[in-house]
Design a protein around this ligand. Structure first.
Ligand SMILES: C[S@@+](CC[C@H](N)C(=O)[O-])C[C@H]1O[C@@H](n2cnc3c(N)ncnc32)[C@H](O)[C@@H]1O
Length: 279
């Protein structure tokens, strides 16, 4: 039984980092004319209405995209991402937040393909509705981890795989390592982007060790935190692990991460960029 609903978290600081990195990777890959595959293992609903929480507590987007919405000093790559979120909103007001599939759809060209996986029946129905009629796109009601292995390597031999599980099941921490290792064996030249939450730092230390020992080359980690590690107090940071990152990614993300740590972390922010494995 899946209880995780991304709608509660849409547009939070973790989505900001995830989608900024996703957009940077796609912009880079799309500089080449050759077609590519975008594969989303955990696609979500694709479209989230933002609003007040039933409890009256501040909604998570308010300390994420909400803090960037009216700024006029955004670093160029952050401005590019925020401009996409603006395109998704039909007025100047921030009322909706796009999911990773919509962001990909905006950037892909007619020659590219996208395959989206989602298991929650409500999110799946919304995803199917949003992407109906886009002939580049297939929505599949399948386990994204298994499907990812079955679909690689893609006919295009180029692509981005986004792995964004909810980690609702603790075995997801091991499944992401197994899936990335298997996927890399099938398609070593693909670009992979894995999102992770820092709820318990020990889990992330183990994840980093396992990936470093996996045999996978060229692994970059980018992390953004809004508070110091505090086990038992929810998500204080989150990161993206990118395999075969664009050569420019670390350099262009460094000032953007500093800016986001300051703006979203308000006095408690921190960030890091680490090359887990080199060439
Ligand atoms: C973090 S959300 C995805 C958000 C989305 N990638 C985005 O950035 O907009 C994770 C989603 O994975 C779905 N899910 C959970 N387990 C899954 C599985 N094994 N295969 C595919 N989807 C799954 C959940 O229902 C949820 O909608």
């Amino acid at each position: 039984m899946l209880s995780y609903r991304h709608a509660f978290h849409a547009g939070n600081f973790a989505d900001v980092l995830k989608h900024l990195v996703q957009v940077r990777i796609l912009r880079y890959l799309l500089q080449k004319e050759k077609p590519l595959l975008y594969l989303d293992t955990h696609a979500g609903a694709g479209d989230y209405k933002l609003g007040a929480t039933p409890s009256g507590k501040a909604a998570e987007f308010e300390s994420g995209i909400g803090r960037l919405w009216s700024r006029d000093d955004l670093p160029e790559i952050v401005a590019d991402y925020v401009a996409l979120v603006r395109r998704f909103n039909h007025s100047k007001k921030l009322t909706h937040y796009p999911g990773s599939p919509w962001l990909a759809q905006q950037l892909l060209r007619p020659v590219d393909r996208m395959v989206l996986h989602e298991l929650h029946p409500a999110d799946l129905a919304q995803l199917q509705e949003t992407f109906r009629g886009d002939r580049r796109c297939r929505v599949r009601a399948e386990d994204g981890f298994a499907a990812c292995l079955a679909l690689l390597p893609p006919a295009e031999r180029r692509g981005l795989v986004l792995l964004d599980p909810p980690y609702e099941l603790k075995e997801d921490y091991q499944r992401v390592v197994d899936t990335l290792t298997g996927a890399y064996q099938r398609f070593a030249t693909g670009t992979y982007a894995l999102w992770y939450p820092v709820v318990e730092r020990r889990r992330i230390d183990r994840l980093e060790k396992a990936l470093s020992a996996s045999g996978i080359r060229r692994i970059l980690l980018l992390e953004l935190g809004i508070a110091a590690d505090r086990p038992g107090h929810g998500m204080t940071a989150s990161g993206m692990v990118v395999i075969n990152p664009p050569f420019s990614l670390a350099t262009e993300m460094a000032p953007a991460l500093d800016y986001l740590a300051q703006t979203l972390g308000v006095g408690h922010g921190h960030s890091r960029i680490v090359e887990l494995v080199g060439e």
